[in-house]
Ligand binder design. Structure first.
Ligand SMILES: NC(=O)c1ccc[n+]([C@@H]2O[C@H](COP(=O)([O-])OP(=O)(O)OC[C@H]3O[C@@H](n4cnc5c(N)ncnc54)[C@H](O)[C@@H]3O)[C@@H](O)[C@H]2O)c1
Ligand SMILES: O=C(O)[C@H](O)[C@H](O)COP(=O)(O)O
Length: 379
């Protein structure tokens, strides 16, 4: 059997080579020629998997080690009888860590106080729910916009709100997929009209997909408010290109790495491996624990002082400080960038651990509860 796999999938050769010849490729430039005699194709988000890539090939199984599936023509795969799997939820914890690390950074660098403020989340899927639950467990006043989930979930259990209400919150965290069809398409969903309701001082975090926020409109609102917005962007409208004028208004700018924890990426590969083993009837696949690396910092102790936002920030940044990724991106772009810069930053990413790999000890019950809410383990 032959497998073509993106070279940026951690552990892919270790997990799959017992069953097949695994050829590692650049996912961005993958061609029809390269996949034509493969049995299985394993990708990440940078590969467009569609008729143009697969027509005439022998591919029977496609796996994407990602949460988002906007790069996959699932209808075409279904029509052709090609099995497909993605990795729902694999890096939800990582994205939530990113959101909180960013708030920690804004709290330290701009004295942003967010704990007592109204929080709005857009999208209540694996990521949005994780983010929502963390805010809720911290005692925050949080609401969420997700028209699909609102219809499914019993009323009163989740604080659903309109998109306008969510955008009126002090912190808005965006975790909707990129969609162009259906009743609630998200492409350009956050445009000029909605942004006109966003007040000075609002923090907007975008870690879903580029294109959900209209960047021209975002720059317009930033200008109208004389820069009084806090903007955190992990995803960009024209990836892998970044518009320099959008970069200029971002307080935190990162190259689509919100989900790039070591454990999240490894879990993505492992989830695809599990589906592959089911599809090809391969017995006794490895358990998750065998495919996931432990965190490097096993525990941190905290002071027994009162719970402050500064203490939360410092605890989070002991494991993951988003400022590092922002500095790395800006440094590269300042030195001169081209089409390959974004992917280079991602390919050579110094992976980080998730908060949930680290125990916290020493603190008062209330402090430990807050850190548990953010994702840490408590001894
Ligand atoms: N930046 C990153 O590194 C990173 C990492 C993981 C996921 N993502 C992106 O974040 C998205 C969300 O991830 P997830 O795991 O929660 O996905 P998910 O599929 O579990 O959930 C997506 C949610 O969005 C909701 N939704 C769809 N259209 C909507 C709309 N118009 N308005 C509001 N909500 C809408 C759906 O009902 C669903 O509940 C993914 O699609 C992916 O594109 C980015
Ligand atoms: O959809 C996802 O899971 C994330 O956006 C993921 O982090 C994308 O990473 P990539 O596949 O581009 O390496």
């Amino acid at each position: 059997m032959k497998i073509i796999a993106d070279e940026n999938m951690p552990n892919v050769a270790t997990l799959f080579s017992p069953f097949a010849d695994v050829e590692l490729v650049n996912g961005r430039t993958l061609s029809k020629e390269q996949v034509k005699d493969a049995d299985a194709l394993l990708v990440r988000s940078v590969t467009k998997v569609n008729k143009a890539l697969l027509e005439g090939s022998s591919v029977r199984f496609v796996g994407s080690a990602t949460i988002g599936v906007d790069h996959i023509d699932t209808e075409y795969l279904a029509e052709q009888g090609i099995a497909f799997t993605s990795a729902p939820g694999c890096n939800a914890e990582a994205v939530a860590d990113y959101v909180f690390s960013a708030l920690g950074y804004l709290s330290l660098s701009k004295s942003l106080s967010w704990l007592g403020k109204k929080i709005g989340v857009i999208g209540y899927g694996n990521v949005g729910k994780t983010v929502y639950d963390r805010f809720l467990a911290l005692g925050c006043n949080v609401c969420v916009y997700d028209p699909f989930k609102e219809q499914e979930i019993a009323s009163g259990t989740v604080n659903f709100a309109s998109l306008e209400t969510v955008l009126g919150c002090a912190v808005v965290s965006l975790h909707a997929p990129l969609t162009t069809t259906g009743k609630y398409p998200t492409q350009g969903m956050i445009g000029a009209e909605l942004l006109s309701g966003v007040q000075a001082g609002t923090t907007i975090i975008s870690a879903g997909r580029g294109g959900v926020i209209d960047e021209v409109a975002l720059r317009g609102r930033h200008h109208a408010l004389q820069g009084a917005l806090n903007i955190v962007l992990d995803v960009w409208q024209g990836e892998p290109l970044i518009d320099a004028s959008t970069l200029a208004i971002a307080d935190i700018a990162t190259p689509h790495i919100a989900g790039y924890s070591k454990q999240g990426r490894e879990k993505g590969t492992w989830m695809v491996y599990q589906a592959f083993c089911r599809f090809f009837d391969i017995p006794n696949p490895l358990d998750l624990e065998k495919a996931i690396t432990a965190g490097r910092i096993r525990s941190i102790g905290i002071e027994k002082g009162p719970l402050t936002e500064e203490m939360l920030s410092r605890s989070m940044h002991a494991i993951y400080d988003v400022a590092r990724d922002d500095a790395r991106l800006r440094g590269k772009y300042r030195a001169g960038s081209d089409r390959s810069t974004f992917d280079w930053l991602r390919k050579h990413y110094v992976e980080r651990d998730e908060f949930n790999t680290c125990f916290v000890s020493n603190g008062k019950q209330a402090d430990l509860k807050a850190l548990r809410a953010i994702g840490f383990r408590v001894e």
